[in-house]
Design a protein around this ligand. Sequence first.
Ligand SMILES: CC(C)(COP(=O)(O)OP(=O)(O)OC[C@H]1O[C@@H](n2cnc3c(N)ncnc32)[C@H](O)[C@@H]1OP(=O)(O)O)[C@@H](O)C(=O)NCCC(=O)NCCS
Length: 145
Amino acid sequence: MEQVKIRAMHDGDLDEIYSIDKTILGKDRREYWQMKMELLEQRSPMAQLVAELDGKVVGFIVGDASGWEYGVPDTVGFIDTIGIHPDYQKQGIASVLLKEMVDSFRKVGVDSVSTFVNLRDRDLLDFFEKMGFEKGDMVHIQLKI
Ligand SMILES: CC(C)(COP(=O)(O)OP(=O)(O)OC[C@H]1O[C@@H](n2cnc3c(N)ncnc32)[C@H](O)[C@@H]1OP(=O)(O)O)[C@@H](O)C(=O)NCCC(=O)NCCS
């Protein structure tokens, strides 16, 4: 098997990413992905990455750090979503994607990276814990309307 290649996401990846996302989550997030794709041009190419294996997109990560396209970000980075096609999980691909994003956050001065994970998403929680993430100081509170 070829080495995994990490590159910036582009418009042409929409169908492959959408299909992986739907396989993982079992729900339709086409609108979310269309919105992310529309924002691509305005953002740093490092904000949305894909992992490619033998020319096929097998995983993605979307992150954010406000203002980092200008090199003057907040000190806080955020992971929006990460996903690996089920056939390619447990091969270290998510780790490589996350590492690449964390490295580019670090380069622009970010000193902490956050993400939201549903308590029921055991695989994501285990993954982030393995990557060194710890419970932060913020508590999620909500008002149902
Ligand atoms: C969580 C996820 C991103 C991990 O991807 P992956 O490529 O399989 O992860 P890696 O192979 O890089 O694993 C890195 C480490 O995390 C651990 N890990 C990964 N998935 C795990 C799981 N399901 N349970 C326990 N540990 C796990 C691995 O053991 C590994 O540690 P090791 O190197 O010591 O063995 C992937 O399973 C996934 O996409 N899940 C669905 C996530 C989702 O719902 N995303 C959409 C909404 S945000």
